[in-house]
Ligand binder design. Structure first.
Ligand code: 5AD
Ligand code: SF4
Length: 478
């Protein structure tokens, strides 16, 4: 899941992490040690990038750096970047100019670009842009200590090597956006799908799955530390597959889900992202069989039209997608489904756009991430098709998609009025100190008045009395 907007901004010297529903999660757990060198990191784009920043944090603390919220005093300023759309890259370029202003005040500060943009632009950053000291691709974070030494000696530190094996399985992430309740666990890296619009296979390399035991032990460790929810992350979790080299035992995604769900019934399990071509009935029956596997599937459709889906190289058509949604409804009747949608892909007609509008209504998505098509250099679409839909048309189609989705989300949420849900309290609502916020199993955010004796991490029952398109409003029930 990605965002066009910056997900980490610096306001009054406080880092604030905006989650996808617009809630704000404050970052805590940053203890500045006056004797240690410090690093400051901003992350943009998908949840995988936030998860990677925590791996980077762990590698940096092992070599003597501690995290800081204060960019102005830090020794190392890092930005973990996203290349998925042009806008995401523009945002990073703006941030780099700001970092360089800070560096003018404090010469010696190192500035590094991490992640997808580092991978995509490689030497260009050092040669043309001259704004950075370090360029580090998503598979090269173990090399950071060496690259930092190189940069400290006045040379540029660059490593954009893409690996077929690296999963960082043995690295315990340093939890940066830490509410102490919910955490991401990366279960695989890269993507082999080659959707024609997408730059990810080029920036994150080949798909590889992480050792299942290391995933289960990370989940167990988190539960022991008081966490109550883990989200298993991968570009395409349904194609997770790992083989124990000692026993030959194979683990697929459904089996991994069960292993993590069995860590403890009070540890909720979520996952993202599912691919419509790969999600199996075995995954769905595993979800149905475990109360603590959340009843929510992010199942990006991208387009509701079969011809456009073929051009997108999604390898399914409208009927296949509808069949998968019907399977979800049959096996997990209370499951919420969300989607990603792209408007104005190469040669998309008005009728084909109507098919996207109709699949949103038919699928009854609880929410969607919606974008207009942004051509990315090097992708299959850039090489094979003309980006021929005018920007105004792409934007108009996007606003129609957003309008339908808002209507569908509101109707979806209104249907919850009168129902009672089990909610995991995540913290205080951003709108009122007097309210808690938390999610139900369908990943819907609920807001409800606080009660003495309750705290984040507690499970409570909340009865819904009102709804907007983004939030359910309710009150505690005994
Ligand atoms: N233009 C617009 N949206 C894109 N996405 C991926 N590549 C592009 C692009 N070139 C969207 C897809 C994907 C989500 C992560 O980002 O909807 O599922
Ligand atoms: Fe990109 Fe498609 Fe892979 Fe998702 S599944 S990361 S959209 S290539």
């Amino acid at each position: 899941m990605y965002d066009n907007n910056p997900t980490l901004t610096n306001l009054d010297n406080k880092q604030i992490l905006h989650d996808r529903q617009g809630e704000i999660l404050e970052q805590d757990g940053f203890v500045d040690d006056p004797n240690a060198k410090t690093f400051y990191i901003e992350s943009y784009g998908c949840q995988m990038n936030f998860s990677d920043s925590e791996i980077v944090g762990s590698i940096l603390s092992d070599c003597g750096y501690s995290p800081t919220k204060n960019m102005e005093t830090s020794d190392l300023i890092l930005v973990n970047t996203c290349s998925i759309r042009e806008k995401a890259e523009d945002t990073v370029r703006k941030r780099l100019r700001i970092f360089n202003k800070v560096k003018e005040q404090k010469p010696g500060t190192l500035i590094g670009v991490l992640g997808c943009m580092a991978e995509r632009l490689k030497h260009k950053f050092l040669e043309e842009e001259k704004l950075v000291d370090l360029v580090v691709g998503p598979d090269a974070y173990r090399d950071l200590p060496n690259l930092i030494s190189t940069a400290e000696d006045g040379d540029k530190g660059i490593n954009v090597f893409l690996s077929r094996e690296e999963t960082y399985a043995d690295i315990a992430p340093l939890r940066l956006d830490n509410n102490g309740i919910t955490a991401f666990i990366s279960i695989m890296r890269g993507c082999d799908n080659m959707c024609s619009f997408c730059v990810v296979p080029f920036t994150r390399g080949r798909e590889r799955s992480r050792n299942a035991f290391s995933i289960v032990s990370e989940a167990t460790d988190l539960y022991t530390k008081g966490y109550k929810e883990v989200t298993l992350l991968g570009q395409n979790v349904d194609s997770y597959k790992w083989e124990n080299p000692e026993t030959g035992q194979k683990v697929n995604f459904a089996q991994l889900l069960k292993l993590v769900a069995d860590v403890h019934p009070d540890l909720r399990v979520r996952f993202s992202t599912s691919h419509p071509k790969d999600i199996t009935d075995e995954v769905l029956t595993t979800m149905a069989a475990h109360e603590n596997i959340c009843k929510y599937i992010h199942l990006p459709v991208q387009s509701g039209n079969s011809r456009v889906l073929k051009l997108m190289n999604r390898t399914y058509d409208r009927e296949w997608y509808m069949d998968r949604v019907e399977a979800i409804r049959r096996i997990i009747p209370d499951c919420a489904i969300s989607s990603d949608i792209i408007t104005g892909f190469c040669s998309e007609t008005e009728e084909e756009h109507q098919d996207t509008l109709s699949i949103i209504e038919w699928s009854e998505y609880s929410m969607s991430y919606m974008f207009y098509y942004s051509e990315r250099p090097g992708t299959l679409a850039e090489r094979k098709y003309e980006d021929d839909i005018p920007l105004e048309t792409k934007k108009r189609r996007l606003s129609e998609v957003i309008a339908i989705q808002n209507k569908v989300s509101l109707a979806h949420n209104k249907r919850d009025i009168g129902k009672t849900f089990k909610v995991l309290i995540e913290g205080t609502s951003k709108k009122s100190e007097l309210d808690f916020k938390g999610r139900n199993t369908q990943n819907k955010m609920l807001v409800f008045p606080k009660k003495a004796g309750l705290a984040p991490g507690d499970y409570v029952r909340v009865k819904v009395s009102d709804a907007t398109s983004a939030t359910l409003i309710g009150s505690l029930v005994e």
